[in-house]
Design a protein around this ligand. Structure first.
Ligand SMILES: [Zn+2]
Length: 244
């Protein structure tokens, strides 16, 4: 082995870890207590339960990935999403050239969520796992944890669509949602917002507002009727003002 490797702490220089992906045991003691130099690779075993590679160093169990991350200072590309160290080509081969940080996903995804950063390592864009579109980072909800600021993997549009579908199809969720809406409407700042919003609406008279007055859906409202009703509203407003 050409390169030198790094001693693993706490074992009196017994084990060395190499960037080629091996951990080597450098000596052992014979029955008579004599130290015998060795160069034996430590076996890594895959635990299907935890889906982790383990090794045993002097009868203590270690997570192999953790050791390589620690001794070779492996860092994920950024701190705006969670990553897991994975193998590029060959599974179980810890050669640093075969390792990379893959975005961690808790569920199946159509696309890998990628956070794109600028020169100053600030997040600017992200790829949505649902629609695959690369969108401005402001379209992903920010999640601030203890030491990590991450962003939701689904863009706001996809999240909204999913939520609406869920609410529509699930009576319990629908009930919760309606209750939440009712409570929200009674909040002072929300009341004020709607007041201002309605004011603006009455001024500009958009199609949605006119349709609402006519108690019909916007799609069913013909242009001609919209125009007519709009004129009528403006006229009656004028008349009202002149009376006063
Ligand atoms: Zn999306």
């Amino acid at each position: 082995m050409k390169e030198e490797g790094i001693f693993i702490e706490g074992f009196n220089n017994k084990y060395k870890i190499f960037s080629t992906g091996e951990i080597i045991s450098l000596y052992r003691f014979a029955n008579n207590g004599k130290k015998i130099n060795t160069f034996i690779p430590i076996k890594f075993s895959y635990e299907s339960k935890t889906k982790q590679y383990q090794c045993s160093l002097s009868s203590k169990i270690y997570n192999v990935k953790t050791l390589f991350i620690k001794y070779f200072n492996l860092n994920p590309p950024n701190n705006f999403q969670r990553f897991t160290l994975d193998f590029k080509n060959e599974k179980g081969n810890f050669n640093l050239n075969n390792l990379y940080f893959k975005p961690l996903l808790l569920s199946k995804a159509n696309f890998l969520p990628e956070v794109i950063t600028n020169k100053n390592n600030e997040p600017i864009q992200k790829k949505c796992i649902e629609c695959g579109k690369i969108k401005d980072i402001k379209f992903f909800i920010k999640q601030v944890n203890q030491n990590l600021t991450t962003f939701r993997n689904k863009c706001n549009t996809c999240r909204k669509d999913n939520l609406l579908l869920e609410v529509k199809n699930n009576p319990d969720k629908r009930k919760t949602y309606l209750e939440y809406q009712r409570k929200r409407r009674s909040l002072e700042h929300v009341k004020e917002y709607h007041k201002q919003y309605d004011k603006e609406y009455r001024k500009t008279l958009p199609k949605t507002y006119v349709a609402q007055i006519l108690r019909m859906s916007v799609n069913d409202l013909p242009k001609s009727l919209y125009k007519l009703k709009k004129e009528q509203i403006i006229l009656s407003k004028k008349l009202k003002n002149e009376k006063c």
